[in-house]
Design a protein around this ligand. Sequence first.
Ligand code: 5GP
Length: 184
Amino acid sequence: MEKICTLDEFNHRIKKVVITKEEIEEAIQRAGKEISDSYDGRPILLVSILKGAFVFMADLCRAITVPCEIGFMCAKSYYSGTKSSGVVKITMDLDQDLSNYHVIIVEDIVDTGRTLRDIVKLLKARNPLSLRVVTLLDKPDRRLVDFKADIALFTIPDFFVIGYGLDCAEYFRNLPYIAEYNPE
Ligand code: 5GP
């Protein structure tokens, strides 16, 4: 996509709102309660995968009412065709020793499932006390590998979405809702 220059162009790309700000807020409150109830009294580390999950992480951690720590990592998976090379390149790593924590990965969207499958494998090798995955969005129709998040706030059909941290060419992360992207 070309760099967007005008507000008209920006607005034109937002096809329709598929999940409102209010629906996201409600679902996050429910997920926060579920996490608070099940991890109370245990050392929790929320791990967000940048950049897409930064908005979700910011809201989810504030819906958790028990002590928790946060961490960020940037990871890229490399594939040739549909085959995984099995290589996850960490471009920014966590600074915590995972063996001291119940780790909850906080992700924006599970699509083919390959990125999370690789990250889960990588983090499990660091021996966390336990490991679970929370994703804001799940697109099960697109799955190429056997992967299921422990908590998925919304299941969506197979179309490209933007907003609430999710981008297209680095734009639209600042939208407070999830929208379908208009490619035309
Ligand atoms: P997977 O490895 O599950 O195929 O890919 C996950 C990553 O692909 C997500 O973290 C996200 O960055 C990107 N992705 C997948 N589907 C979408 C989508 O509909 N919209 C946006 N903005 N990114 C997506």
